[in-house]
Each structure stands twice: as structure tokens, then as C-alpha cells.
Design a protein around this ligand. Structure first.
Ligand SMILES: *Cc1c(COP(=O)(O)O)cnc(C)c1O
Length: 480
């Protein structure tokens, strides 16, 4: 029979231990916390707050952010089903780099790469190499580095002493390619826009190539207008170049959006590893891959396309893991969510989701055209995205006025100016994503129609600060 004693006063060292036994986060203090004033916002507060108080302060401030579902500027996923949210919160503590600690997460990443290699027709999917990234930007950096290193190895006699590498692309590339060229000291050779051609011209691209060209980038889905660049024609022009000059220029396809649209909706379009010249492809899992930000994917046709010396092997987490990445630690939840979405939708499901977005984009484009005040540049029949401008006879208002007035209803429809040689052209762009329903499209159209009489009565375009009108800086409009 155990013998119990009454409560003993704690010894000094015991009381210290007891105090430390409660994690500071677990100590629930008075919810008002004795606060007479709000904690400082730009300097670390001196003392802790109760969790509920801290939560409310942050939550309430964030209420003033825009409504993501009304954001027609971004390509990035703003809706996933609740099960995906549950899965992601279950995985929120998993670090993608700890492949030895989280072998199943690593396995899901491997399966996603295999599925993409198959989807993009890698000649031997088991030989394709790939990895997840934080998004397409990181994937493009990795792909660009592989191109640069392959070129440097081929030109070891001339680089780095005299030869300066260059990369050929359209002027319509997403800003990540300008970053790549800037960060890795590669000259960006850009094919300008011309007349009604708003993306790369294959012949002009081939003409920019020389012995210092590390590769050419083709974009499957230009961010400016949603059009597909002619990847097969680009490869054909480079084949002809090789026949004429012996220059063998590899192609990288930036499929940030289109690599998750074309395989389902445009099966006859040949843009992927079916073209022998395509060395690598990237996509944003968080765009038409239908996962919350941030996950992207980079794949190489085979091990030859990715120089082994760029791959680092880490053993300090246990195991021996080859990795190719800019980051070290990175959340694993997005990768689990990508695998979930692949499993959940399959080809049929992806086809249905993307077809719905495309149908809605085409429908709105047609109805915008029917209003009479606008001219369509694209019709939403490639990416579910279209760009339009004001008709020639519209002088009372411009696209920046339209963007500004649509904001009154909560709609974010960016307006921006085109790059060389079409700086004269300013457009509005609508990106239709999963979660933007036909009903919401009706509401957008109704708002636009309601604004027109007002806009037509303006004496002249009224928006002076063109950048502020759309609520975005030029680069960030196009970034996502
Ligand atoms: C969005 C986009 C990128 C950048 O992708 P992130 O996933 O946002 O880093 C690169 N290229 C193209 C064509 C894009 O549309």
C-alpha cells in the first residue's frame, strides 16, 4: 500500500524546473494581457501576447487583402478542395530536403516526376531526371544553369576567358528569364514583337544564335497574352540552322502554365520531349497544376541533359541524396498536394477542369468582343487566358481606366503596356482558373457592361498613374 504524504513546499531548484516545464507558448495569460496599447508593429515587442490576441491582430489586418477568387491577374491556384487543405496541414511540418527522414514524401516527389515524364512523352520515362522546386522561377534557374554548364563544358577552351554565353528567347518571356540572365551573367538575346506577332518568331530566334548560344527558350503559354509559342517550328528552325552551320542549340520549354494545359486539351500539339531538340521542361505545379503556391517542376530528357557535376550529394541528414535545387529547406506539403491532385483527378479530371477554364475564357472573350468597344488580341483558346485592348475609335477612355473602374467591384484585371516593338499597345488580361465559375464570369461581364456608359462619357482617358490603376507594378502583373 503506497504511503501518501501531503503537499510538500518545493525546493528552490525544483521550482525553477517546474517553471521551465511549461513551454512559453502554452502559458495562457489574461486575454487582454493588461494591454493598454497595441504592440509595436515595426520592432519586436518586449513581451509575449496571448495566442488568441496575437491571432486576432494578424487575422484582422489580413482581412484587408484582396479576395483571391476575384483576382483575374494571377495564374496561381487560389482554390483547392478541403481534403487537399487537410492533407497540406498534416504535412506542414515536413521539410522536403529531409528525404531520409520523410522517405514517403520523397517517394511522392519521385512519382510526380515519373508521371510528368510520361505526360510529356520522355522517350524513356525511367531515364528522365527531375525534381520539385518552389515554382517555375527556380525550375527555370536550374534548367538555365544546366544549359550554361553544358555549353561551358563544350567550350572549355574559350570560356571563361573570352567567350560570353547568350540565351535566345522572345521579348515576351516572364521576368524569371531576365533574372536568370542577370544572376548567371548570360546575355539575353530577345526577339522583339512585330505587328500582330506577340511572341517569338522561330526564324528570327535561329538568326540570333551563334557559337556562344547556350540554348533557346520557347514559352508554352506567354504571360502577356496566353498564346502558345510555336515550339515545333522553333526546333525545326534550329534543325535547319544545325544543317547549315553545325551549331546544335538545345531548347528549353517554359511550360509554367501550358505544360499542364496542352497535354490534356491539345494532345495533337507536339511541343514536348517528342521533339528531340527539347532538353528540358518546367511547369508551375501551383498554376494549372492546380496546387496552392509554391511548387514547381523541372525535368530533363535524360541524364545527359543535366551535367552530373551540378548535382550535390548530401549525407548529413542520413542517407546519400542527390539534389539539384537553389533552396535547401522547403515545405513538403505542396509536393504531397501535387501527388494528391494527380491521384484525385487523373487525366480525365485534369481535362475536365482545364476544358472548363478554357470554355469560360473563350465565352468571356467573345462577349467582350461583342460589346463593340474592344478588340481581342487572343481568344482564350490556348491558355485559358485572353488579352484585349480598346477599339481604334475609342478615345474617351483607355485600358487603364477600365482596370481602375473594375477594381471598384473587387475585380483585379491588370492593364499593362507591351514590350518592344509594341510599346504603343496597352492591354487588359483575364486569366481564367479553376474556381472562376461561369456564374462569376456573368457577374464580371455585367459589371463591365454597367461601367461602359460612364467610361464612354469621359472627356479623355483619366488615369494618370497607369501603374497604380491596375494595382500592380508592371513586372508583378506578369509574374504570376
Ligand atoms: C509564372 C511564370 C513563370 C514564373 O513561375 P513561378 O512559378 O511564379 O515562379 C515563369 N514563366 C512563365 C511563362 C510563367 O507564366
Amino acid at each position: 500500500m503506497p504511503l501518501h504524504h501531503g503537499h510538500q513546499p518545493p525546493r528552490d531548484d525544483d521550482s525553477t524546473r517546474r517553471r521551465l516545464a511549461v513551454k512559453p507558448f502554452y502559458g495562457q495569460t489574461d486575454p487582454t494581457g493588461g494591454m493598454t496599447e497595441a504592440p509595436p508593429a515595426h520592432r519586436l515587442p518586449d513581451t509575449p501576447l496571448p495566442p488568441m490576441t496575437a491571432y486576432r491582430l494578424v487575422h484582422d489586418e489580413l482581412m484587408l487583402d484582396g479576395n483571391a477568387r476575384l483576382n483575374l491577374a494571377t495564374f496561381v491556384t487560389t482554390w483547392m478542395e478541403p481534403q487537399a487543405g487537410v492533407l497540406m496541414s498534416e504535412c506542414r511540418d515536413k521539410n522536403m530536403i529531409d528525404k531520409d527522414e520523410y522517405p514517403r514524401t520523397a517517394e511522392l516527389e519521385r512519382r510526380c516526376v515519373a508521371m510528368l515524364a510520361d505526360l510529356w512523352h520522355a522517350p524513356d520515362p525511367s531515364a528522365a531526371v527531375g525534381c520539385s522546386t518552389t515554382g517555375s522561377s527556380e525550375a527555370c534557374m536550374l534548367a538555365g544553369m544546366a544549359l550554361k554548364r553544358r555549353w561551358a563544358l563544350r567550350n572549355a577552351g574559350r570560356y571563361p576567358s573570352t567567350a560570353r554565353p547568350n540565351l535566345v528567347m522572345g521579348v515576351n518571356v516572364q521576368v524569371c528569364w531576365e533574372k536568370f540572365c542577370n544572376f548567371w551573367e548570360v546575355e539575353a538575346r530577345q526577339v522583339p514583337m512585330e505587328g500582330d506577332r506577340f511572341h517569338l518568331d522561330p526564324q528570327a530566334a535561329a538568326e540570333l544564335c551563334d557559337e556562344n548560344t547556350i540554348g533557346a527558350v520557347g514559352i508554352l503559354g506567354s504571360t502577356f497574352d496566353g498564346s502558345y509559342e510555336p515550339i515545333a517550328d522553333l526546333c525545326a528552325a534550329l534543325d535547319a540552322l544545325q544543317e547549315r552551320t553545325g551549331l546544335d542549340i538545345p531548347v528549353h520549354v517554359d511550360g509554367a502554365s501550358g505544360a499542364m494545359v496542352a497535354p490534356f486539351l491539345d494532345e495533337d500539339l507536339v511541343w514536348d520531349f517528342r521533339l528531340p531538340r527539347v532538353a528540358s521542361i518546367n511547369t508551375s505545379g501551383h498554376k494549372y497544376g492546380l496546387v496552392y503556391p509554391g511548387v514547381g517542376w523541372a525535368l530533363w530528357r535524360d541524364a545527359h541533359a543535366l551535367p552530373e557535376e551540378l548535382v550535390f550529394r548530401v549525407n548529413y541528414l542520413g542517407g546519400d541524396m542527390p539534389t539539384f535545387a537553389l533552396n535547401f529547406s522547403r515545405p513538403g506539403a505542396q509536393v504531397a498536394a501535387q501527388y494528391y491532385t494527380f491521384l484525385r483527378l487523373g487525366r480525365e479530371g485534369y481535362r475536365a477542369v482545364q476544358q472548363t477554364s478554357r470554355d469560360i475564357a473563350r465565352g468571356i472573350a467573345e462577349r467582350v468582343e461583342a460589346l463593340g468597344d474592344f478588340r481581342l488580341l487572343t481568344r482564350g483558346d490556348q491558355l485559358p487566358v485572353f488579352a484585349f485592348t480598346t477599339a481604334d475609335d475609342v478615345t474617351a477612355y483607355d485600358v487603364f481606366d477600365v482596370s481602375r473602374r473594375l477594381r471598384e467591384g473587387g475585380w483585379l484585371v491588370p492593364a499593362y503596356t507591351f514590350p518592344p516593338h509594341r510599346e504603343d499597345l496597352s492591354v487588359l488580361r483575364v486569366v481564367c482558373r479553376n474556381g472562376f465559375s461561369a456564374d462569376m464570369a456573368d457577374l464580371l461581364l455585367a459589371d463591365l457592361e454597367r461601367l461602359l456608359p460612364d467610361l464612354r462619357r469621359q472627356p479623355y482617358p483619366l488615369t494618370h498613374d497607369k501603374g497604380a490603376a491596375s494595382g500592380f507594378h508592371h513586372q508583378s502583373v506578369l509574374s504570376g
